[in-house]
Write a protein that binds this ligand. Structure first.
Ligand SMILES: NC(=O)C1=CN([C@@H]2O[C@H](COP(=O)(O)OP(=O)(O)OC[C@H]3O[C@@H](n4cnc5c(N)ncnc54)[C@H](OP(=O)(O)O)[C@@H]3O)[C@@H](O)[C@H]2O)C=CC1
Ligand SMILES: O=C(O)C1=N[C@H](C(=O)O)C[C@H](O)C1
Length: 268
């Protein structure tokens, strides 16, 4: 069984990974919380049989305690999380969103000496959707693109990391970067033809919904993905961790793990 360390273990996603690990043939051997966490020292499983693992601070995790780390904490913890993976000599799957450009650069640097996988969304569906968006954007180069995302009211960042990643895929389909085509989060004002806009909704307990709209006069295409259970993200993250464990140093994506690009090239 793969020994899994979870960073941000007390959060919504941390809990989802803990709850699903054994079903996914992994065992949680480290559960990291912040220095300020009220959960520090508590058992991660409430039942007595599995009460061995407790929420710990990063500095307490020892060599060989985990085979791989999954980070579902917050962007401000990224540097410490990379340092922890380096100290333990284990691969790191980073799933947090709202990272700055500098933090993406840190991931690229870390990938030079260790295996790192970054995914703003670990669902297989979104990984496939990114490829479909790139294809549609290339096939319909003059369409306006609007990326709509909806999440729960406790989400801190926006547009979501997934929405930004979908925007990057749409821009790549047109041979451009997102910064060249982005119309930002759209409000009032005229729209530049072919630009990529973002719309954000936050409400109650929505887990994660994304629609990419391609529109030109008289016609619209909408590609939608909806998640109704966080176990979808947990499952993808654990699958990524299992794959990453056997990879050489590098910065990888979910598409690398699923080899979707190769599959789509064969089909098209
Ligand atoms: N890639 C994907 O598929 C998905 C990504 N996400 C992203 O994952 C991240 C977490 O989401 P979610 O679980 O909803 O958020 P939560 O706020 O529920 O959980 C994050 C947890 O991180 C912990 N934390 C804060 N600082 C640190 C630190 N320095 N070291 C370790 N842990 C820390 C906090 O708990 P405590 O104070 O107890 O330590 C907090 O509970 C977000 O960036 C979100 O956008 C979410 C869903 C899917
Ligand atoms: O914070 C969340 O909840 C989610 N965050 C990710 C993002 O920002 O894209 C992925 C998912 O949609 C849920």
């Amino acid at each position: 069984m793969m020994k899994l360390g979870i960073l941000g273990a007390s959060g919504r996603m941390g809990k989802a990974v803990v709850a699903n690990a054994s079903r996914l043939h992994a065992t949680v051997t480290a559960a990291v919380v912040s220095e300020q966490s009220s959960r520090y020292g508590e058992p991660i499983y409430p039942n007595a049989a599995e009460a061995g693992v407790r929420f710990q601070h990063a500095g307490e995790i020892v060599l060989h305690q985990t085979d791989v780390l999954i980070d579902f904490s917050l962007p401000q913890a990224l540097e410490n999380n990379i340092a922890l993976a380096q100290r333990l000599g284990v691969p790191l799957v980073v799933c947090t969103t709202g990272l700055s450009e500098g933090q993406h650069e840190l991931l690229a640097q870390a990938g030079q000496s260790m295996p790192v996988l970054y995914a703003a969304n670990t669902s297989v569906g979104i990984t496939l959707l990114r490829q479909l968006v790139q294809l549609t954007s290339a096939a319909l180069p003059d369409t306006d693109i609007e990326i709509f995302e909806a999440h729960h009211s406790a989400k801190r960042d926006g547009p979501s990391g997934t929405a930004v990643a979908l925007g990057e895929s749409a821009a790549a389909g047109r041979g451009k970067s997102l910064s060249e085509l982005s119309a930002g989060v759209r409000g009032d004002g005229l729209r530049e033809t072919g630009s990529i806009g973002f719309s954000i909704m936050r409400a109650a307990d929505i887990i994660g919904e994304h629609t990419v709209l391609f529109a030109h006069a008289g016609e619209r295409i909408e590609l939608t993905h909806r998640v109704s259970n966080r176990q979808i993200f947990a499952q993808g993250a654990v699958q990524a961790a299992k794959w990453l464990k056997d990879q050489p140093a590098g910065l990888y994506s979910m598409a690398d793990m699923l080899q979707l690009k190769t599959l789509l090239k064969q089909l098209i």
